[in-house]
Ligand binder design. Sequence first.
Ligand code: FAD
Length: 505
Amino acid sequence: MTDTRPGQITKVVIVGGGTAGWMAAAALSRLVAGGVSVTLVESEEIGTVGVGEATIPSLLDYNRMLGIDEDAFVRATGATFKLGIEFRDWRRLGEAYLHPFGTHGRDIDGVSFHQLWLRQAASGTPDPGPIGDYCLSSVAARRGRFTRPSANPQSVLSTLSYAFHFDAALYARFLRDMAEQDGVVRVEGRVVAVDRDAETGFIEAVRLEGDRRIEGELFVDCSGFRSLLLGETLDVSFTSWKQWLPCDRAWAVPSARQGPLTPYTRATADTAGWRWRIPLQHRVGNGYVYSSAHIDDDDAKQALLAGLDGAAQGEPRQLRFEAGRRERLWDRNCVAIGLSGGFLEPLESTSIHLIQSGITRLMSLFPDRGFGSAERDEYNRVMLREYEQVRDFIILHYHATERSDSPFWDHCRTMTVPESLLAKLGLWSGRARVFREQGELFTPDSWVAVLLGQGVRPDSFDPLTAGLPPSETARFMAHIRDMIDKTAAAMPMHEDFIAQHCAAP
Ligand code: FAD
């Protein structure tokens, strides 16, 4: 049934059918019932980037928004559950820490738990042990266990948080089925030209090989690194962040599953970048993200293959990129979502989150045909800020290192970081303060895990801790640690949980 108001957009065209394109299509398909046509153009010949298998907990919100049945999703995409990321060799060779999802301990009377932990660690009696012992996601991850969180805020299980590892191709297929069922029209073909209004520069249509033309009012550019509409056609420039994030290439290869299913991603720092290990139900995804200025391609490939813990399945595939983003993500009647808008390298698995963030913001600021500047400006303001916040968090991992065993790490350790990150580090270095800006993706718990994991110790802790007697605090902390230990021990093993809940019916 058509139910359009005057001025309402009636034709949306999405260019690209990778993760970004199909995530956008599945969400925008809601407009179809209101009389809006949503067309997605993709070219099988060009293909997709084919990586992007680790996510963060915000994906659960996207799945919920679309009414996705989680067990069906896990089954269809070969997914496993992810409780965090293990960072090996980032601070020093031979050291490891976990950045868990979920919270550490519990704040008391407005005092953050990490402040209590720091005071206890400073006094040393009793030694509180690693801060990770106070986070259920961290303890469960180390023991290979998983269960879903409890909705009861009194339960320690409510502090658990999780995301997924999945097969990107299967995920796109899963979303495609949903979107097509809801009325999105898929067109196979390569876009070879773009028609624009001579006066306004607005995009009017994309032209496909075979003399086909698809008209639209709003264009969503999901064309990947090439940025066919926003970059190539509308000429919105790219801001490079290579000076802070020098990795610009990756080799990726799947390997056979080996050993138990770890409910976390592993990121191992190497001489010129880092290697990922992402366990799926049917295989393991591996890659080496590296700086081509610091290692040659062949050596990087060999380092990847040498670090695999199962047999490689095929030849490694190379990907090239540059960290940064477009100066604007929405220009005229075109919004870039996914790699066409920017890329921040995969260290904290944030790309799919940024796709989701772009989609939900586009939906809440959905324009009329007049394309007033208010929606566009707000979209650009919040999205660009989010990219910068994520960038700073990723830079922290590289910069806060004690490694001096290669020119790459010397560069990262000594580089000048953005002012916004310096401000965060300044607050931390005095009394361990961490503030979360409105809309900021990473929580204080995430910053604390990475700062302490990378060995960035503050000078002191919050004076408010003085209001809490040390002996009482020690008892409280011991109680939390004990509860977490017992709860984790009672959780099912990760693969048993999958077999029990997400196996084919
Ligand atoms: P693509 O997958 O490249 O899709 C582009 C689409 O546009 C394709 O369908 C293509 O056919 C189409 N297209 C292009 N040109 C044309 C044309 N002329 N005509 C018609 N169609 C066209 N993200 C995470 O969240 N977690 C991770 O663990 C992670 N790991 C990554 C590792 C590496 C090394 C890299 C490079 C990226 C990683 N990412 C990760 C990012 C993630 O892969 C992407 O954000 C995600 O796959 C979305 O890609 P996309 O859809 O924007 O682009």
